[in-house]
Design a protein around this ligand. Structure first.
Ligand SMILES: [Zn+2]
Ligand SMILES: [Zn+2]
Length: 434
């Protein structure tokens, strides 16, 4: 009997040790490089807060979260926000792939714009004129499904500048599969919407500038401006898929999009500052959570996507300063499974992305926080005066439809105008017909 108690006691001590080691690992991987954490966090808090000390009436000197729009981005600092960390299967908690990258020089880039990501972007509250550059790794809906909506909602949300889109094509792949063709169709599908808005609101943001680049080229410079360089490397994800490498201010960030482990990524992301790489489920989780057959799950996570073991191996081979795993349903019961698989092969700092996870990146280090956003957001004000195109282009609702307009409501409409003009000293006239 005594021996048994001893065994149990040793067992308990062992378990406590394992839990402590596990928790330490969690803390290490979530906070990343401690040095930079302090530098960046302190700098930000001092900038925006009135006091260094805790007070019952003054703003608290420290926040553990990021409130968008309250922190100056320093000239040497990069901020990355996960707008979508999830999957093609829609869920409230996680949109599909999208990352916003903000540079201290004022540049802002969106890497992928998967389904559900647009509302996250709007929740950050950045004027749309600042975020008109979208880079697509490939044309799966979980990487570009919200682009059509983002494009067409420009006028109502006060974007006055054209939308610029970079995406893969060429390289011997069918031209009709390329980004240019996709964007032509995107504009085509909105023909009714753009046509009927003409002359009603400022539609200058309906201009779409597309740059299709050869997806097969390695370290293909697809953007170079204002000290920032964005290159593409091929990915192994069916065909016509790429990963992006962004270089700015002596720092390098890479975004995998979707890819199997590949030599281009391994050769070009060794030791980089910030490495965002896909990390889907294990095959068992695919069967359990997605309802896939065993063969479907195995195919998906070993021949099309990078499972947690692939992710761990790639990070062990490249050893970035800070890694981000995304592209899986990140829940209380799935995260430990994914983490365990990664940690069998890699023990460096990794954040397992959730939507609205935020990273401040400097040469000194990386700070990870969650953003607290405003669910009641309205559009940010226009940065330029809004102008409705003049002349004969204005759309006119046909007489046959206007025939249904009730005479009794005419009086109500004229009253609205009369009151508005009285209040504002204006002279607008109600007219259903131009
Ligand atoms: Zn994909
Ligand atoms: Zn994907």
């Amino acid at each position: 009997m005594k021996l048994n108690y001893k065994v149990i006691a040793i067992g308990v001590v062992f378990i406590i040790g394992v839990v402590a080691a596990y928790q330490k690992g969690m803390i290490d991987s979530q906070t990343g490089n401690e040095l930079g954490v302090v530098a960046t966090a302190e700098a930000n808090n001092h900038e925006t807060e009135a006091s260094d000390e805790w007070s019952p009436t003054k703003p608290y000197p420290k926040h553990n979260v990021y409130y968008p729009g309250t922190e100056e981005l320093k000239p040497n600092e990069m901020r990355v926000i996960a707008l979508g960390s999830g999957m093609p299967m829609p869920r409230r908690k996680q949109a599909a792939a999208s990352f916003l990258i903000e540079l201290g020089n004022g540049d802002k880039f969106i890497f992928d714009m998967g389904t559900g990501s647009m509302e996250r972007l709007y929740a950050i509250g950045i004027p749309l004129d600042f975020i008109n550059k979208v880079f697509l790794t490939h044309l799966h809906a979980d990487h570009m499904g919200d682009l059509p909506g983002f494009y067409i909602y420009g006028p109502q949300n006060n974007r006055s500048v054209p939308l610029k889109v970079w995406g893969p094509g060429g390289g011997g792949t069918r031209p009709e599969w390329g980004t240019q063709a996709a964007m032509d169709h995107l504009q085509g599908m909105w023909t009714w919407m753009t046509g009927t808005l003409e002359g009603m609101i400022d539609t200058s943001s309906f201009k779409l500038e597309v740059t299709e680049f050869d997806w097969t080229k390695v370290n293909n410079v697809i953007y170079e401006h204002n000290g920032a360089v964005i290159k593409s490397i091929p990915a192994i994800h069916l065909e016509q898929s790429v990963s992006f490498i962004l270089e700015w201010n002596g720092m390098t960030l890479a975004f995998s999009g979707d890819t199997l482990p590949n030599q281009w990524w391994i050769d070009n992301t060794k030791g980089i500052d910030f490495s965002i790489h896909e990390c889907v489920f294990t095959p068992e989780l695919g069967v359990e959570k997605w309802g896939f057959s065993a063969q479907e799950a195995l195919n998906a996570v070993t021949t099309i996507h990078a499972n947690p073991s692939y992710f761990g191996k790639v990070m062990a081979m490249t050893k970035p300063r800070h890694a981000v795993a995304y592209h899986f349903q990140n829940d209380y019961d799935t995260l430990p499974v994914v983490m365990n698989a990664v940690e069998e092969l890699y023990d460096g700092p990794v954040d397992y992305a959730q939507d609205f996870m935020v990273w401040n990146i400097t040469k000194e280090g990386v700070r990870t926080r969650m953003a607290v956003t405003n669910p009641d957001a309205y559009p940010t004000p226009p940065l330029k005066e809004k102008k409705i195109a003049e002349g004969g282009d204005r759309y006119q609702t046909p007489d046959s439809v206007l025939a249904g307009w009730p005479e009794e409501v005419q009086v109500v409409a004229e009253e609205i105008y009369s009151n508005f003009n009285k209040k504002h000293g204006t002279d607008y006239k109600f007219q259903l017909k131009k």
